[in-house]
Write a protein that binds this ligand. Structure first.
Ligand SMILES: *Cc1c(COP(=O)(O)O)cnc(C)c1O
Length: 508
């Protein structure tokens, strides 16, 4: 392929993506293919001779699109949102065009330095404690990791190495393997599965402590677990708290956990993968008090800040702990500017050696969308979740399981869990909207998350129609008298709830 063919191919790809996103509501949110469908459509070996890009584009529609789950559809209400935006897509294009790997400053000074500057922009945008920022006096700093999973693993590994070093000094009578065999860490039973996985990968058992009835990890339960472990000779290293748990978007109580972690010299990490983005809205900060207590913090721009996957911002109060834990030097990696604070070698802050130029798409998004529209996008999604919550509350066939939190509503059909299960199965089968199930205090529930590229009020109405309609059919078939449909009653009330404060045009 020569450069002129590249121009044509790339233009056609941009048109393809633009058409796809513009008309995404026309596609069922879930694919209809069976496992193994793709194998039947492809040859078994690499094509020996080059094919025309036009033929490949045709096959994208024929082979790939039938197997795509449309995450950017506003009818996608599962998991948490995965962000994208037009500027972010362009950012990825330019990044891949530059084709750099920025593991140390000299590998592309702009890659490192833009990340240093942007992590300060973001830290200020979220009003994080200044001690996290690269521009602070101390050893604090921020870095972009690929995912929350990586950020959490990095925190566990750094905490582990810090504790091992401290124990070796304090207890010269213990061997290193003795110390390593006694390490233990903590999180709540509501934390994301990647926390448990980080424990497996780091070879540190993680106790998943029972959260309270609101899904929050509490100080008293944490302290009881720590004391029991210390009594049996174990060595606590880290507690991973959550702002916005994956099940119900609950918030751990930092003002309780912080003093306990301090008392027992335990690293405190906050995983705010989804909800952390909301810190940019001053009115949404109250559920996230006590960040000051944390040693490290992460949130995903690729969930709720309009930057596409992968992009997880992570800050540490003492970034030296990473360098101490992960630094391996080889002669071929050294350069004359090592150790400059404005030019960290980010390879020491992460698991892989190579690293993507993610800061570029972040910069493009922050500049072309702007802080105000990013805040308003979050506010809009919360408004839409409130609108959905009101539909649920006004329909006495349903109950809210845990109070709406950010853009998530957890609800169920009243009565036996099997009703909710059947309803969700039916809705999933129809593929018009996509929600997933979870359990809360022993009850099966559905999670409704506002997501997609540009969700609107009409999308919430569409989802509610689908849910209410299928519920009516299900309850009729189980011979329970259907309740009055509240949609028409409510639509008029909510039509005007979304104010013009949100400028949809600017997001494009
Ligand atoms: C989504 C999520 C994660 C996992 O994020 P990745 O970036 O995919 O690793 C972790 N924690 C919470 C609370 C999440 O919601």
């Amino acid at each position: 392929m020569d450069v002129n063919q590249f121009r044509e191919f790339a233009r056609s790809a941009v048109d393809f993506v633009a058409d796809y996103l513009e008309n995404i509501r026309d596609r069922p949110v879930l694919p209809s293919v069976e496992p193994g469908y793709l194998h039947k459509l492809l040859p078994e070996v690499v094509p020996e001779q080059p094919e025309q890009w036009q033929d490949v584009m045709k096959d994208i529609e024929r082979v790939i699109m039938p197997g795509i789950t449309n995450w950017q559809s506003p009818n996608f209400h599962a998991y948490y949102p995965t962000a994208t935006s037009f500027p972010s897509i362009v950012g990825e294009m330019i990044t891949s065009g530059l084709g750099i790997i920025g593991f140390s400053w000299i590998c592309s000074p702009a890659c490192t330095e833009l990340e240093v500057v942007l992590m300060d922009w973001l830290g200020k945008f979220l009003d994080l404690p200044p001690s996290f920022l690269n521009c602070s006096e101390g050893p604090g700093g921020g870095v972009i990791q690929g995912s929350a999973s990586e950020a959490i693993l990095v925190a566990v590994l750094a905490a582990r190495e810090q504790t091992v070093r401290r124990m070796k000094l304090d207890h010269p009578e213990m061997t290193e393997s003795e110390i390593r065999g006694k390490l233990v860490s903590y999180s709540s039973d509501q934390s994301n599965s990647c926390v448990e996985k980080a424990g497996l990968l780091a070879a540190v058992p993680i106790r998943l402590i029972k959260a309270d009835e609101n899904g929050s990890l509490r100080g008293e339960t944490l302290e009881a677990a720590i004391l029991a472990d210390i009594q049996s000779g174990l060595i606590p290293i880290i507690c991973i708290a959550t702002f916005g748990t994956t099940g119900t978007c609950a918030f751990d109580k930092m003002d309780e956990l912080g003093p306990i972690c301090k008392k027992y010299n335990i690293w405190l990490h906050i995983d705010a993968a989804y909800a952390g983005a909301a810190l940019c809205c001053p009115e949404l900060r109250s559920s996230m008090n006590g960040i000051d207590w944390a040693d490290s913090f992460n949130f995903n721009l690729h969930k709720w800040m309009m930057v596409n996957f992968d992009c997880c911002a992570m800050w540490l109060k003492n970034a030296d702990t990473l360098v101490e834990a992960f630094s391996v030097d080889r002669i071929y990696l050294s350069h004359q500017f090592q150790g400059e604070s404005k030019a960290p070698d980010y390879r020491h802050w992460q698991i892989p050696l190579g690293r993507r130029f993610r800061a570029l798409k972040v910069w493009i998004v922050l500049r072309t969308i702007g802080a105000e529209n990013i805040r308003n996008n979050i506010r809009k999604q919360i408004k839409l979740a409130e609108m959905f919550e009101n539909y649920v509350r006004a329909d006495d066939r349903f109950e809210i399981v845990s109070a709406r939190s950010m853009g998530l509503v957890c609800f169920r059909l009243k009565g036996d869990c099997s009703l909710t299960r059947q309803l969700l199965e039916k809705i999933t089968e129809r593929k018009k909207i996509y929600m997933i199930q979870a359990t809360c205090n022993g009850k099966l529930m559905m999670r409704f998350v506002v997501a997609g590229l540009d969700p609107k009020e009409s999308d919430v109405v569409f989802a509610w129609n689908e849910i209410a309609g299928e519920s009516r059919k299900l309850l009729e078939s189980t011979k329970i008298a259907p309740a009055e449909d509240v949609l028409t009653k409510l639509t008029n009330n909510f039509a005007t709830t979304l104010t013009t404060a949100f400028h949809e045009e600017k997001l494009k």
